[in-house]
Each structure stands twice: as C-alpha cells, then as structure tokens.
Design a binder for this molecule. Structure first.
Ligand code: HEC
Length: 451
C-alpha cells in the first residue's frame, strides 16, 4: 500500500463516511435539486400571472434554502472528498484516474450552480416584478446545472456497483455508461424532486399565511409534484435493482436489518411498505387541500424519507460486499491481483508506512495490528461498530486461524485475507490475544522441508 493507513476508532470507517455522505445526499438531492426547483416553479407561476402568492411563497423558501445548500451542503460535499481521501486513498485515487473528466466537469457544473444560485437570490427582490423572465432564466439555468451535476456523478457511483464490461475491456465508455447509469440518473433526480416537493408541502402547510384558497392551491401543486416524481422514482428503482447482480441483491436484507434482524425479512419489507404509504398519504392530504392533515402527516413523512435515502445508500454501498470496485479492488483497497501476489510475497513488506518496533516481548503485536489495519479494519473496529473482539471471542487460537483462512466464505461480503501463511498466523495470534487480553508472540510455522 502506497499510503499510510488510517481508520476511525469506535465509529468505524463506513459509518463515518455514511454520516457525512447521507447528510450531503439529503441536501444536494432534496434541497439543491428538489426544493429549489419548486421555488423556480413557484416563481414561474407568479410570472405567468397565476397569482402573486406564488412569488411570495417562493421568496419565503429561497433564503433558508440558499443558506443551507451553500453552507452545510457544500461543506458536507467537500467532507466526502476529505474523508474518503483520508480513509480510502487507494480507492479514491483509482476512481479519479479513471473518471478524471466527468469529475472535472462536475466541479465546473457545481461551481456554476453556486454562482447562479447566488445571482438568482441577489436579483430576486430587484427583478421579480420588473423583469420576471430574466430572473426565471437564471433560475432555470441553476436547475439545469444542479441536474447536470447529479447526472455526472451517477456514472461514477454506478460503476462502483455495476462496472459492466470494464474489468475485461478497461475502456472509459464501458466504465462510465455502465448498466445502472441511466436508471440511477432518474432515481436520483426524481427522488430529489420528490423530497423537494415534500419540503415545499411542509413549508406551505406550516408557514403559509394568506387566504385558505391560495394555500390550498399551493398544497395541491406540491402534492401532485410529489406523486408524479415518486412514481418515476419507484419505476427507476425497479429498473435499477433489476440490473444489480442477483448475488449482491441477496445481501440487501442483511444490509438494512444487520445480523440482529436479518432473520426477519418480513419486518424490513413491512416497514418499507408502511413508510411508502405514509408518504403517499401526506401527498394526498396536500392534493385534497387539507392544511391541518398535511401539517400532521408531513412530519413522519419527512423523517421516513430520510430513512429511505439512508436505506438506499446503505444498500448500494453494502451489497457489493467484498469489493470497493468489483472486479478490480477489494473493500480494504487491496487490488485483486495484489491479493494473489501477497500469498507469496507477503503484505507486510509493502506497508512502507508501518514502523516495525521489534521488542523482545511482543515482536508480532505491531505486525499483527498492521495486518489487521490493512486487511480487516475498514469494516471492523476494536471495541466499537462491528467489534472484532466480539466476533473472535470464545475461540481458540487454532479456531481463529481457521477463520482467517476462510473469511470470504464465512460471510459473503467479507474480503479474503491477503498475505502469506505466516502473516495470517501473526494476524490470528494478534486477534486471539485481543479477545483474550493476553499477548504472546506468534508461533512460527515450520518451514516445509523439500522432499
Ligand atoms: C468489507 C467489510 C469486511 C472486511 C474487510 C472484513 N469483514 Fe469480517 N465481517 C464483516 C461483516 C459485515 C460481518 C458480519 C457482522 C454481523 O454479523 O453483523 C463480519 C463478520 C466477521 C466475523 C464473524 C463471522 C461469524 O460468522 O460469526 C469474523 C470472525 C470476522 N468478520 C473477521 C474478519 C477478519 C479477521 C477480517 C480481516 C481478515 C475481516 N473480518 C474483514 C465485514 C468485513
């Protein structure tokens, strides 16, 4: 490995990335694409002479949206780069090399998005009555850029789950226009608009002060937009998952329910159906212009839509199992080809950043920890999320050493161990002593005698 290895204690790497990334997806999809599109729609209706309340409603939403997207939205976006760059430099490095141009163009689109949003916001009060079409053009330009950056990123995320013909063909076109690219574009954009419509419904139900008739019209529009966008999201979701390999899909219940509840798949399905129903009911309350009912239903609906987004992203990240980049690199950033080579040459010599401290008492502890860091710690912590000591507890050293030889078949989303037999024994000894709170040097394997 060319980079020093860093892992987050306690919370674990996956959970750390997830907390930042899910917050970013919520804001970038739900607010930056969805809710601001609703604002532009409201402004268009005002400009078309359908009532000045549309413009007032749009303006009241715009300030908080500009603040949230350009602060928390942008910071969590940079956060994804920072965290993945620190925790998975090998993986992110491979992705940048492969997808330099889409990422570079996406950066341009994102910059244009921010600039247009700030112009839209600062021009609003001066031009909304005098030059509404000019303002609308800026708003539409913003929406185009926001959608474009969603599309650009979908090719890269799709590649990480369904690389299509890339592992053998190695062409950019195969990698980027992979089997889930198109359905994922629709899924992300329509999903963002659904959440945006729900946010606008919430805002209208709770803050609109004006004649009940006008509020009713706004509620109805939000409800309709939600239902239409949610129907597209659901259809795109069906196509998307139909293109994910079946071997991955078998893990989805486990991804959502974890081992604790994975034996009760009906619970997960029931919860999803009920959540979907609550969302549809909230939208229907809007369509029926029922302000009080909308006010009550939007609260659970918002919470559940956060749940849906988290669930989708977790499933997408989890089901590809042992791979960071299927067909090329394991989740612990060890390329598949290096895994074979490591059986002969070992993993430790390649860990240039590990300072060997060889004391007489525990010569193998440092090596054992380094092997754990390189092989397992991307998914297991010591004493925190997915605690390795709990997984090892109660086993003999021989038992632990048997497990480390078959990790990939023990749980299908675990990576195989990379290294020589002696290194595996060193890791097993380290894990055994962690679980049993004693420390002893790794036994040396007998060198096989040539016959
Ligand atoms: C890609 C992520 C990932 C990597 C890498 C990984 N594991 Fe796991 N491991 C898991 C998950 C997820 C579970 C299941 C946790 C649960 O049951 O909730 C698991 C479970 C286990 C278990 C318990 C299995 C059982 O059937 O009781 C052991 C033991 C274990 N891992 C050891 C290791 C060792 C040793 C390594 C490194 C050589 C490793 N794992 C690398 C994700 C990983």
């Amino acid at each position: 490995m060319n980079f020093p290895i860093l892992h987050i204690p306690g919370l674990g790497d996956g959970m750390t990335i997830a907390l930042d990334a899910v917050l970013h997806v919520l804001i970038s999809h739900g607010l930056a694409i969805g809710a601001i599109t609703m604002v532009v729609l409201f402004q268009a209706l005002g400009a078309a002479g359908r009532g000045t309340f549309w413009t007032r409603l749009g303006r009241s939403m715009l300030g908080p949206l500009v603040m949230t997207t350009t602060s928390v939205g942008a910071v969590t976006g940079v956060g994804i780069w920072f965290i993945t760059g620190a925790l998975a430099p090998g993986g992110i490095g491979s992705l940048i090399h492969l997808f330099f141009w889409p990422w570079f163009i996406e950066w341009g689109a994102f910059t244009a998005e921010v600039v247009l949003l700030l112009i839209y916001y600062s021009l609003w009060d001066r031009t909304v009555d005098t030059r509404p079409r000019l303002l609308l053009a800026v708003g539409c330009g913003y929406v185009v850029m926001a959608v474009l950056s969603g599309i650009l990123i979908s090719g890269i995320l799709g590649f990480m789950l369904t690389p299509g013909g890339w592992p053998s063909g190695q062409s950019f076109v195969q990698a980027y226009f992979n089997p889930t690219f198109v359905p994922q574009c629709f899924l992300r954009i329509a999903g963002g608009i659904s959440i945006g419509a729900l946010v606008a419904l919430t805002w209208t139900a709770w803050t609109f002060n004006g004649p009940a008739e006008e509020r009713g019209r706004a509620l109805r529009l939000c409800g309709f937009v939600f239902l239409a966008a949610a129907a597209v999201t659901a259809a795109a979701g069906v196509v998307y998952f139909s293109r994910v390999p079946q071997t991955y899909l078998t893990h989805w219940i486990f991804a959502v329910a974890t081992s604790a509840l994975s034996q009760r798949p009906e619970l997960v399905i029931l919860l999803n159906v009920v959540a979907g129903l609550v969302l549809v009911l909230a939208a229907l309350a809007g369509v029926a212009k029922r302000a009080t009912l909308s006010r009550v239903l939007v609260i659970p609906a918002l919470v559940l839509s956060v749940g849906f987004i988290s669930e989708f992203e977790r499933v997408r990240e989890f089901v590809r199992g042992p791979y960071l980049l299927p067909g090329y690199m394991y989740a612990n950033q060890i390329p598949l080809v290096n895994n074979l080579a490591a059986e002969q040459e070992g993993t430790l010599p390649g860990l240039h950043w590990v300072r060997e401290v060889r004391t007489d008492t525990a010569p193998a502890a440092r090596s054992g920890q380094a092997l754990f860091d390189a092989n397992c710690a991307v998914c297991h912590t010591i004493g925190g999320v997915n605690d390795i000591t709990q997984r090892i507890a109660g086993r003999t050293l021989e038992g632990v050493n048997a497990i480390t030889s078959i990790t990939e078949s023990l749980v299908p989303f675990m990576t195989p161990f990379s290294g020589t037999e002696q290194e595996r024994l060193t890791l097993s000894t380290y894990l055994y002593s962690l679980a049993n709170k004693d420390s002893r040097p790794a036994p040396q394997l007998q060198k096989e005698k040539k016959q």
